[in-house]
Design a protein around this ligand. Structure first.
Ligand SMILES: NC(=O)c1ccc[n+]([C@@H]2O[C@H](COP(=O)([O-])OP(=O)(O)OC[C@H]3O[C@@H](n4cnc5c(N)ncnc54)[C@H](O)[C@@H]3O)[C@@H](O)[C@H]2O)c1
Ligand SMILES: [Mg+2]
Length: 295
């Protein structure tokens, strides 16, 4: 749910008092406020909590709540989370991403997997406890590596059939149990495009709420100049190709509006700014030689 506040969109934010009034108006029990989870604090150190007042939420007390009513009351509209991210500043993207992931984790961990009894959230929402056996459940993230492979003058980008038209990104893959990040990078690059990673450098990381909570770990990698023939794994990818520095730099400069005109084959499109893949590609464009990589 985002509110339009010209010229941008905002995540709805309320004080405790305002929220109590709002829940009352929406016919919801104000006790629901106890379902809130701590997601951060303002620069003035005011604590920020997130509460799911969604329509189909499993613990919704008033299931008859209508979407249009809620949109009118909150003077906003519901939208897809990825689309919402395109409209928000980096701080709100981070808050919404944390809120979504944490609230979803709580919703999916209502019961102890050992005793089958209901679990209980602590006040902050940083864990759930089973009162029957004191097992503590903590929110989890799946580690995922995302790697921009380069052979020097070119970088390798790939797309899955689920991506929007024309969008290519860096190679990504979930870490398997027991693997180091370095092993995951080498395995994923070999599995998806049949290349052998020569050198590897960590760049940055990002929490990613899709499809569940992931910790994206972004790296630059190089392959030997003579060993660049790609074997695309068509079970994982729709396509993969080498792109020149000029092609990628042009795609980065292009206005990234994501509104495609019909009947026009889109040129190379890159992931949106809020995705760490975008940052990784931008770093390579600004410094294609990656001189900081150890020789
Ligand atoms: N933030 C970014 O810039 C960015 C860019 C690209 C991809 N991603 C994310 O990276 C993730 C991984 O990329 P991928 O799809 O290429 O991974 P992948 O190549 O490992 O293939 C996905 C498959 O891995 C399996 N899998 C193993 N462990 C899993 C787990 N914990 N959760 C879900 N599936 C698991 C499933 O069978 C799934 O279909 C995706 O969720 C995607 O949203 C983020
Ligand atoms: Mg993959």
């Amino acid at each position: 749910m985002l509110q339009k506040s010209e010229p941008q969109y905002l995540v709805p934010k309320y004080s405790l008092l305002e929220l109590e009034r709002l829940l009352g108006k929406l016919g919801q029990n104000t006790q629901r406020i106890e379902d809130s989870v701590l997601i951060g604090c303002s620069e003035q150190h005011d604590a920020w909590f997130a509460l799911d007042i969604g329509l189909n939420h499993s613990s919704s007390i008033n299931a008859s709540l209508q979407k249009p009513e809620m949109e009118t009351e909150l003077r906003g509209s519901f939208m897809d989370l990825r689309k919402a991210f395109l409209q928000l500043n980096a701080k709100d993207v981070s808050l919404l991403s944390t809120a979504q992931a944490l609230l979803r984790w709580h919703d999916a961990h209502q019961f102890c997997s050992r005793s089958g009894q209901p679990t209980k959230k602590n006040v902050a929402g940083s864990k759930r406890i089973c009162p029957a056996n004191n097992i503590i459940y903590y929110p989890q993230m799946a580690p995922v590596v995302i790697t921009l492979v380069s052979d020097g003058p070119r970088c390798l980008l790939a797309r899955q059939s689920s991506f929007p038209k024309g969008v290519y990104s860096a190679l990504a893959g979930f870490c398997d149990i027991g693997e180091s990040l370095e092993e995951t990078v080498r395995r994923e690059v070999a599995e998806e495009v049949g290349l052998e990673v020569e050198r590897l450098q960590y760049s940055a990381s990002q929490h990613w709420p899709f499809p569940n909570s992931s910790l994206m770990i972004a790296c630059h990698a190089t392959v030997k100049p003579g060993q660049t023939k790609i074997h695309v794994n068509l079970q994982e990818l729709e396509a993969a190709a080498w792109f020149s520095h000029e092609e990628v730099a042009t795609a980065l400069r292009r206005n990234d509006s994501y509104t495609l005109q019909q009947n026009i084959t889109p040129p190379l499109r890159l992931p949106p700014k809020f995705a760490i893949a975008h940052q990784l590609i931008k770093e390579w464009v600004e410094n294609p030689a990656c001189p900081s990589l150890p020789a």
